[in-house]
Design a protein around this ligand. Structure first.
Ligand code: ATP
Ligand code: ZN
Length: 286
């Protein structure tokens, strides 16, 4: 049998495109044949299975798939024996409790004796238990946000990203239950060949993650300002400094993190940097 790592990703839905993009940016080209359930990579020992996200942990636990990309919300809800290998920084959302806008709400005690509709009964019951709140959980599989409006429940516990769905349904968010993002998971029973492939895949995913959050920066600076400018630039090691044709000036190259980006640019300008260029990074291997 050919040694391939089988990875399950969402067939369609919120995580599908980003999962395919992650693989593509990791340099993996997928065949796009007529079969929409699986695809093989041309240039990496990988086979991709397209599944409903809820089914991915079970497939990985059973060893039908060796790895998967799925939301943490699902991983924690289904409690399968699988390994969370790496968070992937996309598909970010939160599992939150929301109540009707006009309900008086001060704290979790206000949920005592109430009925909460959710598709995440297991995470919610754990949360309520931890906070010693006795409430009834009504498990529903979809359209959770309409439950209070139709009289099925007093509150809901559902995934939120912007909050606009809650608002449109006359609800307000009152408690954060779980922060979630997409994650790479794997079977706990990989053979050594598959473990090696997973390691290579993880190495590439990390390079993609890093490159997405960093930018390459080039600027010109008078030589007497180089000290202060190098202190402002965090970089991977120290910045590269090259002399310019114009006497007394240098070109400085470095990598900056997206989070502190604007702050750093402002400081650089204040300290005499000119001609600042910012370039996206294709891959970053450390
Ligand atoms: P499937 O058909 O695969 O079962 P689904 O309808 O259950 O799909 P999606 O709505 O596509 O699932 O969401 C997939 C995942 O995307 C969620 O489990 C969650 O991890 C993540 N996600 C990110 N933002 C949101 C959001 N605002 N609402 C719901 N899920 C979100
Ligand atoms: Zn689903």
């Amino acid at each position: 049998m050919k040694d391939l790592l089988k990875i399950a990703i969402q067939k369609s839905g919120r995580l599908h495109e980003e999962s395919v993009k992650m693989l593509r940016e990791a340099g993996i080209d997928l065949s796009t044949g007529p079969n929409k359930l699986r695809a093989e990579a041309y240039n990496f020992p990988l086979e991709v299975l397209f599944l409903r996200d809820d089914d991915i942990p079970q497939y990985v636990e059973d060893g039908v798939a060796d790895a998967g990309i799925v939301g943490e919300n699902i991983i924690y809800e289904v409690r399968k024996k699988i390994k969370l290998v790496e968070k992937l920084r996309f598909g970010k959302c939160r599992l939150a409790i929301a109540v009707p806008k006009n309900m008086q709400y001060n704290n979790l005690k206000d949920l005592r004796g109430k009925k909460i509709a959710t598709s995440y009964p297991s995470i919610l019951s754990e949360f309520l238990k931890t906070h010693k709140v006795n409430a009834k959980i009504e498990t529903v599989s979809g359209s959770v946000e309409i439950a209070p409006g139709v009289g099925l429940a007093d509150a809901i516990c559902d995934l939120v990203s912007s909050g606009s769905t809650l608002f449109a349904n006359g609800l307000k968010e009152v408690e954060l239950v779980l922060q979630s993002e997409a994650a790479l998971v794997s079977s706990t029973k990989l053979n050594s060949v598959k473990s090696e492939i997973l390691k290579k895949l993880l190495f590439r995913f990390r390079a993609v993650k890093k490159s997405r959050h960093n930018k390459y920066i080039l600027l010109n600076a008078p030589n007497n300002k180089l000290d202060i400018i190098c202190k402002i630039l965090p970089g991977m090691k120290s910045p590269t400094i090259l002399p310019l044709a114009e006497k007394g000036w240098s070109s400085v190259h470095s990598v900056v993190n997206e989070e502190k980006f604007w702050e750093i640019i402002e400081k650089l300008k204040e300290n005499g940097a000119q001609g600042i260029l910012v370039i996206p990074i294709e891959k970053m291997v450390l």
